[in-house]
Design a binder for this molecule. Structure first.
Ligand code: SAM
Length: 223
């Protein structure tokens, strides 16, 4: 029986990768990546050459069958996403579930490392004994329900958001009369920035610094 490794990769800064992740990428038989072009840059940086295949949310189920066959044949297969930890708002969970179900004896190992979730929590200055991670809010159906959940939460809520929707989200949080939020943008990258305040204050910041409405965002809503 082979082995499936779920390997965390950097969320920006290419130096944020563990020695074990590098060894795993070097030793495996093949890598499945959300976007092979993205992971190729990381592999080229570390001079790792491996057969690469795409596994994104559209191809995950189909590729799971192929990976199961490879694991049965004794291969060592790695899954990575574009950034951070696979399966955290990224493809991979359905693959892992399939492998668990169909090959219960196969080892599935985590090679932990960066995640925008834990990176943001680590600099938020909150006593994070408990929190709710909602990831990306649904765009339409279920969004209002999620927002209502946020409004009454007694513990911090962590959200992922894209630059296209960050202003919409901030306005919604303003309407909910949320008292304080923390936003981490472009963590580990050149334009890394953390902004905190009321949603209105953060909206004012973005109105004054429109160049800041770019990149990737994590939003923490304080209870
Ligand atoms: N699996 C990833 C992880 O472990 O963090 C998350 C993947 S999810 C598709 C991408 C979202 O993660 C972005 O829209 C943003 O909300 C967040 N994110 C990823 N990299 C980030 C960074 N460098 N700074 C801030 N947020 C980031």
């Amino acid at each position: 029986m082979g082995k499936l490794s779920i390997v965390a990769t950097p969320i920006g800064n290419l130096e944020d990768i563990t020695l074990r992740a590098l060894r795993t990428l070097k030793e495996c038989d093949g890598i499945y990546a959300e976007d092979t072009r993205v992971i190729s840059k990381l592999l080229a940086w570390y001079e790792i050459k491996k057969p690469l295949q795409r596994l994104d949310s559209a191809t995950e189920i189909k590729k799971a069958d192929e990976i199961i066959t490879r694991l049965e044949a004794g291969e060592y297969v790695v899954l990575v996403s574009d950034a951070g930890t696979p399966c955290i708002s990224d493809p991979g969970a359905r693959l892992v579930a399939q492998v668990r179900e169909k090959l219960p004896d196969v080892e599935i190992e985590a090679v932990p490392g960066p995640s925008a979730l834990t990176a943001t929590l680590s600099i938020a200055g909150l006593n994070v004994t408990e929190f709710t991670f909602l990831g990306f809010l649904p765009h339409k159906k279920g969004r209002q329900t999620a927002l209502k959940k946020i409004a009454v939460s007694e513990i911090p809520i962590v959200l992922y958001e894209s630059p296209h929707r960050i202003l919409k989200l901030l306005k919604e949080l303003e309407d909910l009369h949320i008292s304080r939020i923390i936003i981490a943008r472009e963590l580990t990258k050149i334009h890394e920035e953390t902004v905190s305040g009321t949603p209105t204050e953060v909206l004012t910041h973005f109105a004054m610094h429109t160049e800041s409405i770019r990149g990737e965002f994590v939003v923490i809503v304080k209870p």
